[in-house]
Design a binder for this molecule. Sequence first.
Ligand SMILES: Nc1nc2c(ncn2[C@@H]2O[C@H](COP(=O)(O)OP(=O)(O)OP(=O)(O)O)[C@@H](O)[C@H]2O)c(=O)[nH]1
Ligand SMILES: [Mg+2]
Length: 304
Amino acid sequence: MSFFGRIKEGLKKTRNIIMNRMDDLFSRKNFDEDFFEELEEILIAADVGIETTLDLVEQLREKIQEEKLKEPDEVLEALKSLILDILGREPVPLLLEHKPTVILVLGVNGVGKTTTIGKLAARFTAVGKKVVLAAGDTFRAAAIEQLEIWANRSQSDLIKHQQGADPSAVIFDGVSAAVARGADALLCDTAGRLHNKANLMAELEKVHRVVDKALAGAPHEVLLVLDATTGQNALAQAKVFNEVAPLTGVVLTKLDGTAKGGIVIAVARQLKVPVKFIGVGEGIDDLQPFDPVEYVEGIFAPRD
Ligand SMILES: Nc1nc2c(ncn2[C@@H]2O[C@H](COP(=O)(O)OP(=O)(O)OP(=O)(O)O)[C@@H](O)[C@H]2O)c(=O)[nH]1
Ligand SMILES: [Mg+2]
């Protein structure tokens, strides 16, 4: 499947929920109160979020008046353009500008951190980069094994300690190994759950501090993984993590399994942190760099 085909397929459920009603809505020629109300409902159904939706619809209302838009096509293009104002038009790539580029991967349990690390590692090694993985989720033995499988699959090196070891110590060793081996990237897995939330946040703060001590200026990327199927909950999680370690990007996983794909827009507007990758399936190629224009075309494409 082509690159755009894959993204389009991954956004299918979101597109269907939007376009089911949008076709009908945009066949009207009258942009009246009913039109705006119905549009609000559609966007909220796709989990764009109430705040973001109200803002978008208000701006669209003004644009229709100011630019004297009359045709449904013009109005749809105006809506897409307002969404792109939020998302930014250009993708924000994840560049391996430092040697090694240290990437911390955070997120609550089950969102797809370890899988995302595996897929990113595969993406980097496929273009000849040398990658080291650090098994910083020492809470569960299975977490270390899972990362080991991804290390083998992606031909990356793995730095691990025993279950129960101090995550900061593992990641410190990871940084040292990445430097000593001349790696291009170090991807650090972290736990998504500890005995309680305060523990987890204190631990992540320590990891962040230790990384900077091991290599000045690191981490270069702090990626927060969010599960799109949790919808608006993802926003609350993001705020908490952002306080512990300033985020440089968001990875939104499991878009393939949900009609809540509008959450991308809410995340971009409320966090002011770029969405860098989206997960549209469990396969190794199903993590794709996020391209705002493709996303918008994907959710407003004709229904399948
Ligand atoms: N459908 C789909 N499944 C995904 C995607 N990304 C991850 N998953 C699945 O989500 C599940 C959890 O992924 P993990 O990578 O183990 O999540 P984690 O955040 O590391 O979880 P913990 O280690 O428990 O904190 C796995 O079954 C993945 O295959 C995606 O984009 N689409
Ligand atoms: Mg994990």
